[in-house]
Design a protein around this ligand. Structure first.
Ligand SMILES: *Cc1c(COP(=O)(O)O)cnc(C)c1O
Length: 601
């Protein structure tokens, strides 16, 4: 008897019920029940109508209305309904102007007004008593909450949420996936992906809420030690704290000798200098690293040859290194040194790397700037090669604001390095100079900070590993997100937690995630751009390079500081997951209908 369209509502939660009531009231539909992905609801009823599972089970001529309140979830639900009939539901008490247009799947609630020439996208909600004035343009999946009011000619981007009672003055625009809080009055336009609230509406987050990638984390001891340095008036690039820091550092990493220097870069420079790197020499170096690993090669007039990473550690591939050393040996052009980097708190596979170096008598320098607190077969990276270097820059696992350490098993080398770092002055009252020296020693004040920091090293490593575990737990099962592996031979300090993003599977690429996080005042960074891609090293050779390139393209370093709280970690995860997913294949095919000639999209 009825010509009414059979209708199911997708989502049996709060908004689903509201849509169902509107569908019943307007008489155009024969409301048959809900479909819902929540298994616990299957087979139950609401007000006499059943709740089903998959929409595939429904009869072909039925229409489906979207009863999902959350904008992102609704957009995904709608994509999942590709090929189904999507209903637009308008409550009979709503006023929709004859010249207004409503997209498929849009809902207009009781007492709402959509006025002349307004254009509402697909899958939108214009909720109870909301007013969308003439000539407004709303993108897809926008939610205009109850009693929100849009003046004439307002433009709203896709996925944006306008809170209860929000007011938008005529002619303004709001970007995509932005949230305007309840009761906010918007007096100037807002960009994409921000949250704004208040009267007049101001963008959050409030100052002080920024989450940094790897900020300094100071304890109680540092201040007391610095006071002691002040009290003793040792305000110089030498003194008792420097000596004590060197001794304590040696103990902490298991290195026979340590020399405290002004930076990790200075340490690397002196290491290469002691190895006699000079004009015309080559030095093999990891390509996936920070520029400070390679700059000192240039300081010495040498030329780097960059070696690619392997997949298990992301560090120098031992096989590539061995082959390249063999080749260089046959050509009679062995490098003066090899610089291996222990990236992001993970040791490179030192045994085969050291074996290859020893086979050819080439000394190994370990750049362990990022790997203090890591383990390789039970020992600290940095203690295997001829020299190891560490950094206490502000973003490293412990900091002296700026500083570095060179470690070596050779006591006379350590003394020579300290000598070179203090302007190479021979002990004579008038300062006699025979060789070029540098001003590279660490200040006694900064060494005091370093001593305090070092006492907390184990806790700091544990905190960073916890952060990694938190992210892995929260994001490990998300399609398109993978984590930097932990190589089986050791324990990474997880200086930084690094993910790889597959844009097709996740729906956004690493840089889109980074920018989305930045919009929420969360600092994330790309993986190091490989040295062989840097204009500075355009003249240098690279062995392989494809692995590092891919890690650079897909990698993203997440906030990893040891002072992160659980709520910070949760905010990172939630914000990351809220990144607009615009790259999914399904989405793309919806926007651009499949072409019969089969041309690629
Ligand atoms: C930080 C860093 C350095 C340099 O250390 P500084 O103390 O800043 O000079 C060297 N290599 C790597 C891999 C680093 O991350």
């Amino acid at each position: 008897m009825s010509t009414r369209t059979p209708l199911f509502v997708l989502g049996a939660g709060g908004h689903g019920k509201v849509v169902a009531e509107a569908a019943r009231a307007c008489g155009a539909f024969d409301f048959r029940g809900f479909v819902d992905h929540d298994r616990s609801r299957w087979g139950t009823e609401w007000d006499g109508v059943p709740i089903h599972g998959s929409p595939d089970a429904l009869d072909a001529d039925a229409s489906i209305a979207l009863g999902v309140g959350d904008n992102r979830a609704r957009s995904e639900a709608m994509r999942g309904l590709d090929g189904k009939r999507i209903a637009t539901v308008v409550h009979p008490s709503a006023v929709v102007a004859r010249t207004a247009r409503l997209g498929d799947g849009t809902y207009v609630g009781p007492m709402a007004v959509v006025h002349a020439d307004a254009e509402i996208g697909r899958g939108c909600i214009v909720n109870s008593a909301a007013v969308v004035e003439h000539d407004c343009r709303l993108g897809d999946y926008v939610h205009v909450s109850p009693r929100a009011t849009l003046g004439g000619g307002v433009t709203v981007g896709e996925g944006t949420h306008l809170g209860l009672g929000a007011v938008l003055l005529p002619g303004l625009s709001v970007g995509a996936w932005t949230t305007l809080g309840a009761g906010a009055v918007m007096v100037e336009s807002l960009p994409d992906r921000v949250t704004a609230m208040g009267v007049p509406a101001r963008q959050r987050p409030v100052p002080g809420s920024r989450i940094y990638l790897s900020p300094p984390h100071l304890g109680d001891d540092e201040w007391a030690l610095v006071r002691e340095a002040f009290a003793s008036n040792w305000i110089a690039p030498l003194g008792p704290h420097v000596d004590a820091f060197e001794a304590e550092f040696s103990r902490a990493v298991g290195a026979p000798h340590s020399a405290a220097l002004s930076s990790g870069t200075a340490a690397l420079h002196l290491a290469l200098r002691r190895l006699g790197v000079k004009l015309g020499d080559t030095v093999f170096c990891s390509t996936l690293t920070f520029v400070a690993s390679a700059n000192p090669i240039l300081y010495q007039g040498g030329t780097p040859v960059f070696i690619d990473s392997d997949e298990t550690s992301w560090n120098m591939d031992p096989d590539l290194l061995a082959d390249e050393l063999d080749r260089a040996s046959r050509a009679g052009r062995l490098p003066r040194a090899v610089v291996v980097v222990h990236l992001y708190g993970q040791s490179a596979d030192i045994d085969p790397i050291l074996a290859a170096c020893e086979r050819h008598g080439v000394p190994l320098v370990e750049d362990a700037a990022e790997a203090l607190g890591a383990r390789y077969r039970g020992r600290s990276p940095g203690t295997f090669g001829r020299f190891g270097i560490f950094s206490f820059n502000g973003n490293k696992i412990i900091t002296t604001s700026g500083g570095g350490m060179l470690v070596t098993a050779d006591g006379s080398e350590a003394s020579t390095v300290r000598f070179l770092a203090s302007q190479a002055r021979t002990p004579a009252a008038h300062y006699e100079h025979e060789v070029v020296g540098f001003n590279y020693r660490l200040s006694n004040v900064l060494a005091a900070i370093g001593r305090g920091q070092l006492r907390r090293l184990e806790e700091r490593v544990a905190a960073r590993r916890e952060t990694f575990a938190f992210y892995q737990q929260a994001l490990g099962a998300v399609p398109g997100i993978a984590f930097m592996p932990e190589a089986p031979y050791g324990e990474a300090s997880r200086w930084l937690s690094v993910i790889l993003v597959d844009p097709e599977a996740f729906g956004a690429d690493a840089d889109e995630i980074r920018r989305h996080l930045e919009g929420a005042d969360i600092e994330a960074r790309p993986v190091w751009k490989p040295m062989h891609r840097q204009p500075l090293f355009a003249h240098c050779r690279v062995v392989g390079g494809g692995v590092a390139d891919r890690l650079f393209r897909r990698g993203l370093c997440l906030p990893s500081g040891s002072s992160l709280r659980d709520e910070d970690r949760a905010r990172v995860v939630e914000t990351l997951l809220a990144t607009p997913r615009t790259r999914r294949r399904t989405r793309v095919s919806l926007v651009h209908p499949v072409r019969v000639d089969g041309a690629a999209r």
